[in-house]
Design a protein around this ligand. Structure first.
Ligand code: MIC
Ligand code: SF4
Length: 657
């Protein structure tokens, strides 16, 4: 008999982890058995101006009049450059559509979605589904904060459950105390060093241990933010006295409540970290798990240092950098960029004179937005070395394909900016003392509230010329003969599939236009070849589609005609996005087959629909090598229905008819 959410713990009569407690409170379908598909109720959602356009168009296509969550927010933080009218058009669309559909709209200049969510809306024990992979940041307050594709968020905004496979819970036990100059960012990198970019797959990382007392909410947020880089669903911290302190500083102590795992809770695995042993670390090019001690990288010349992003743009982080930089200037070869995470952070820096100190040091102070983090401005020079406090250093992500990005703490970034080369901050002597205000400056005026429900139908949605209609797809074909279009390796990122960068991001609301950039960093004219071929397959190794939640990395290949991806395994969010748009996620029964299955080989399969429906292994003929190989569809029964119909929207449309 399936467990009902509220009675789960009683029925099992066993102590629960915090993750299990939150899931059981929100469970609407399925059994909480690791790996089994469950549906959970979503309290809050977030999306932004790179994913929200699709989410809103999809919400409209689902025929929903009004968001049914406790709160749904759309942030303008990614596409903030206005070198053409595209982004301003999209913002006008998002603002007016949000008003009509009952969502809050956060104006450009207000800050980065994850920082703002923490400051103003986060809530212990609630579920947050975000159309952005770093939604995990919210796990710092003890919320279950999960990243997903825009379509899943659209569905959740309509009041329907979010489906996921019940995660395993990995305990991350923290002991000891951070030593001077070692930071939460170094802890996040230490976790990546141990787990790599795939070691967290299928898990929620649940934090516990005596060291939590010594970690402020802001520090926990840095660690929760980067948990997605391990492939984990998310991270969850208990909600304790330090959490309460944060809520008090945000003037919303009333939103706080204590939450913790039961002391005897059982975890499926554990990693233990003695914070006293964590040293300043850096993720070297081109992967967040390529982690090395900063001391071993000393002397690497740097062209650019960028402090900010949703990982490290809090008041604590930027104030620390300002104190280190105070009274000194960066050398001519270094371009120093500082991007505050929110208007609140900006304001507090200004009020304390820290902005003046940063300006005097030679920093470029830019908007409170994502900016440099995903190549929207501040692309480094050709072959340049950029030190960043952000979370991803995939090739090309900065907008400069040949640049090398190192991910570091604000302390290491500031020390290195002054030296012009990677330097160990411990050589600066005493660490800076930063006082955190008891009450931050609170001004919510850049959150635009939606029109009241009665007036909503009169709100006109402004649709600029950049907003193209959603493409709709037909059912899965029954027989396919198609080439392997690309044969790729392990850990293919969504930045490889659809690169970041200002000129590409600006096209997020126009699928025909943005599809031209699919795999463009690997083969500039891939889109032409794919369109000409019609059907086709891409092959890959383990963890295909890691990184961002961008559903365009599934939607656009489908738009160009791709049939499926055959890989050793898929990253969770990308696998869901593939199913949502009717692109087959196929897993090699024997990974060794990948070696002889080369680009250009023709693949043939008959009776595909019944094979997909049956859910078992089936054979595909490589008509070039004249060999068969076995695959399995990596999809739940619910997802198989979508795949057969041509995606979730096609399925929803059919059930409405
Ligand atoms: C990212 O950090 O890669 C992004 C840009 O925030 C993405 C969202 C997107 O590309 O649509 C993410 O992390 O999901
Ligand atoms: Fe924005 Fe970068 Fe964070 Fe993505 S990782 S939400 S681009 S700051």
């Amino acid at each position: 008999m399936p467990f009902t959410g509220a009675t789960y713990r009683q029925e099992l009569a066993m102590p629960s982890t915090l993750t299990e407690k939150i899931i059981s409170e929100h469970l609407v379908s399925g059994e909480m058995k690791p790996g089994a598909e469950i549906g959970i109720r979503i309290d809050q959602t977030l999306a932004h101006d790179a994913t929200g356009q699709m989410s809103v168009l999809q919400f409209e296509a689902l025929g929903k009049p009004r968001a049914r969550t406790k709160r749904s927010v759309i942030y303008a933080d990614h596409n903030i450059l206005q070198v053409t009218s595209h982004n301003a058009d999209d913002h006008a669309f998002l603002r007016t559509a949000a008003s009509r559909f009952g969502m809050v709209f956060s104006k450009v200049g207000n800050g980065i979605c994850h920082q703002l969510n923490l400051e103003r809306f986060s809530s212990p024990g609630e579920t947050l589904l975000g159309a952005d992979s770093h939604t995990t940041t919210g796990g710092a307050v003890g919320a279950l904060s999960i990243g997903a594709g825009g379509l899943d968020v659209a569905v959740a905004m309509g009041g329907s459950p979010f489906f996921l496979n019940m995660p395993r819970i990995m305990a991350v036990t923290l002991t000891g105390r951070l030593r001077p100059w070692s930071t939460a960012k170094d802890v996040a990198l230490e976790i990546l060093r141990r787990l790599t970019v795939s070691g967290g797959r299928g898990h929620v990382l649940e934090f516990r241990g005596e060291a939590l007392d010594g970690l402020s909410l802001t520090e926990r947020a840095v660690i929760a933010n980067m948990s997605i880089e391990t492939g984990a669903f998310t991270a969850v911290f208990p909600s304790d006295g330090r959490t309460r302190e944060f809520f008090a500083r945000q003037g919303r102590e009333g939103d706080w409540k204590p939450l913790a795992a039961d002391p005897e809770a059982e975890y499926s695995s554990e990693i233990a970290i003695d914070l006293g042993e964590v040293v300043p670390l850096a993720a070297a090019p081109h992967s967040p798990d390529n982690v090395k001690p900063v001391s071993g990288l000393k002397g690497v010349k740097v062209d650019q240092v960028a402090i900010g992003s949703c990982t490290n743009s809090s008041f604590r982080d930027l104030m620390t950098a300002a104190v280190i930089l105070k009274g000194k200037t960066v050398p001519p070869r270094v371009s120093l960029i500082v991007a505050p995470g929110s208007r609140q952070v900006y304001w507090e820096l200004a009020r304390r004179g820290a902005l003046a100190d940063l300006i005097a040091s030679g920093a470029r102070i830019v908007e409170a937005a994502c900016g440099f983090c995903n190549g929207v401005g501040q692309a480094p020079r050709t072959d340049g070395i950029s030190l960043r406090t952000s979370n991803r250093n995939f090739p090309g992500r900065s907008g400069t394909p040949s640049a090398g990005l190192y991910l570091v703490s604000p302390e290491t970034a500031a020390a290195s900016a002054l030296a012009g080369e990677i330097s160990d901050p411990r050589e600066l002597g005493d660490p800076p003392a930063v006082e955190i205000p008891d009450l931050f400056h609170i001004d919510d005026s850049m959150f635009v509230q939606p029109a009241p429900e009665a007036e909503a139908p009169d709100v006109e949605i402004v649709r600029g010329p950049s907003i193209a209609p959603l493409p709709l797809f037909g059912p899965l074909a029954d027989s396919v003969e198609a080439p392997v279009m690309l044969a790729l390796g392990d850990n293919v990122t969504t930045d490889d599939i659809l690169p970041a960068g200002a000129h590409i991001l600006a096209l997020r609301s126009n699928i025909p236009a943005i599809s031209r950039y699919i795999f463009s960093n690997i083969e500039p004219d891939f889109h032409l070849r794919q369109k000409e071929s019609g059907a086709g397959f891409v092959t890959g190794g383990a963890n295909y589609g890691q990184g961002s939640s961008r559903e365009h990395a599934a939607l656009c290949p489908r738009y160009l005609g791709l049939t499926g991806v055959i890989a050793e395994s898929f990253a969770r969010i990308h696998q869901a996005n593939l199913c949502n748009f009717g692109l087959l996620p196929l897993v090699f029964a024997d990974p060794k087959d990948r070696r002889w299955l080369l680009q250009g080989h023709t693949l043939r399969v008959e009776g595909l629909r019944s094979k997909v429906k049956a859910g078992a292994h089936f054979a595909i003929l490589d008509a070039t090598a004249m060999r068969e190989f076995e695959v399995r569809v990596d999809a739940s029964e619910r997802q198989v229905e979508m795949l057969l119909a041509g995606g979730l929207l096609a399925l929803a449309g059919r059930s409405r008819q």
